[in-house]
Structure formats: C-alpha cells, structure tokens
Design a protein around this ligand. Sequence first.
Ligand code: FES
Length: 339
Amino acid sequence: MTWGDFGRRRGDSRRDGAAREGYVTIDTRFVERNHKASRKGTQLMAITRLTRLDLSNLSAWISTAMPWLDKPAASLHNAFDPIFGQHGVPIVKDALYGTWLGHPLHPPITDLPIGFWTSSLVFDVLEMEDAADLTLKLGTVSAMGAAVTGVAQWHDLQEMESPRRVGTLHAILNVSATACYGASWVLRARDARAAGIAFSTIGIALATAGGLLGGDLAYKLGIGVSRVAFDEQEAEWTIIAAIDDIEDGKLHRVEVSGESIVVLKQGQAIHAASATCTHVGGPLDEGEIDGTCVTCPWHGSQFDLRDGRVIHGPATSPIHAYETRVTNGHVQIRARAKK
Ligand code: FES
C-alpha cells in the first residue's frame, strides 16, 4: 500500500501524480498557500493522508506489512485440520468446498449475513424493532456457514503468502463482526437496545472491511477462479504426439497452442485434458493415476480425465477434456463439442 506523502514535492505535479495513481485526493493547495492557518493545515494534512490510502494495493500491503498474521493463520489452519486436512471426510469437504456447485460455495453463502445484517441496519433506522432483531439473528446464524465455507476455501493455501495473510485478516474481521452481532443480539434481548444498536453498527463496519478483503482475495489474488478459465481449446483435430511415444498407463504432458495437456493411454483408450489443476494451478501430469482419474500433487483435487469433471476438491471447476483419436500413428485431440 502506498500512503500519500503530503509535502514531498511542491506544485501541481504532486496532485497530478496522485490522480494518475488512482488515489482519492483532496485539493490541498489551500493548505500550502495559507501559512497563517498552519494548525488547521496540519489537520487537513492528516485527513489527506487517510483519504490517500491506495486501496488498489491493499492485499500486497497487508502481505508485506503484517507478517504477524502467520501466527493466527497457523492456529486457524490447525484448528480446522481435522475437517479439511488429509483425514477429513471427503463428502463433507466437497460439500463445503462447493465441488458439487461448480464454483466455491463461500461467495454465495456470504450474501446471507451481508443481506440480513444490512436489512437489520435499515430496520433499525426505520425503528422496526422486530424486523431488525429477526434479520440480525438470521445474519448471525448464517455467518457461521459463511465462516466454515471460507475456511474450506482458504485451508489449502498455506504456502501462498498473500492469500494466507489476507485470508486470515479477512477471517479476523468477519469473526469480530459476528461477535459484535452476537453481543448485539444479547443486549437487545435484555432491553439494552441502544447498546445493541451500537454493537451491530460496529459489526457492519467490520463486515464491510472484511468484504473488501474478500474482494481482493477473489479479484486480485484469483482465489476461487478456475486456472483454466481463459485457456482456449483447440477446436480442430490437432496432432499432439506419435502414438509410440505415449507409454501405456503413464501420464504425459504436451503443450498445444499455449495450453498444457496431460495425456493418458490405457490400452485402446486415450484420454487428454488440461494439465493445469483448476484449484491453484498444480501440474496434473505429476499427479497420481487411479483408474481414469488423476490426483493433483499439490492439494489432492481429483479429476476424471474422460470428461474433466471434479471428483474431489478443493478444486471446484472441471478441467478441459478433449476428444482423442489416432490417425496414421499420431494422437490427435480437439475440444469436446459443448453440450
Ligand atoms: S493446485 Fe490445489 S489441488 Fe491442485
């Protein structure tokens, strides 16, 4: 993150530079010209610094400036290892990853607490107490679902510094928001309505900050985005190898038009699919074969090479699968017709 360094250079170039870099700016020329109002100027300078927070680099700044997040990250990871680790129950893990949905389950689940809590705020403003309290409770309960699906998406990313740290801060903010709403629930039930509203107001501020980091995780760091989303599949029959070069029962990697393809020959059958794991890009050609399925060597996602579908997460999106044929001693592939 870049903080504006007010007063670094004189003149309008400073203002232009700030605009170029996408800062939110305040015209501070007034401060420079009015030397007599130095005290007031100092206050404005502080406000200017705050409003120049460069949100476009937030995740990079958190990652470099907050190494202390590794400690709570390790605790969180260990706490959920019995569920999401190697010995977790696959059907439970897959349900929480969103493997059945075709994309991560966490983002749509977060709509529930955000929607309920925002509604509660509006009902508080309108002094509709029953509606405000009901939506607050629904938001708080649904936040549990958002939390556990969020950990599911984050648990296997420990070797990636930015997702690990930004995800941890995202979790801390959202758990704090949920705690505030829990306190608000109790206070409202005890007729301490003003204090309850104060807590829920802090809660929504924390949840908003948490949501901002969630956006960074998805749209800046690409967590949850299929790693083959932008790969173009070869639509015409294309030679990828001589059949004699493909050893039976072994995974082979070939490059075709910029996409890495993993090829598996099993007797007469030849399977070909993307060699890039859709989770965070693991090399499937280095994975393990089990029948027609391949298991990613990084975090254990399993794909069926016949059609690319995900058998087990943490991946949630399928890999691209290809039609194959052998012509004149050469293996050819082309994209499967879309159904
Ligand atoms: S990269 Fe994570 S399971 Fe493949």
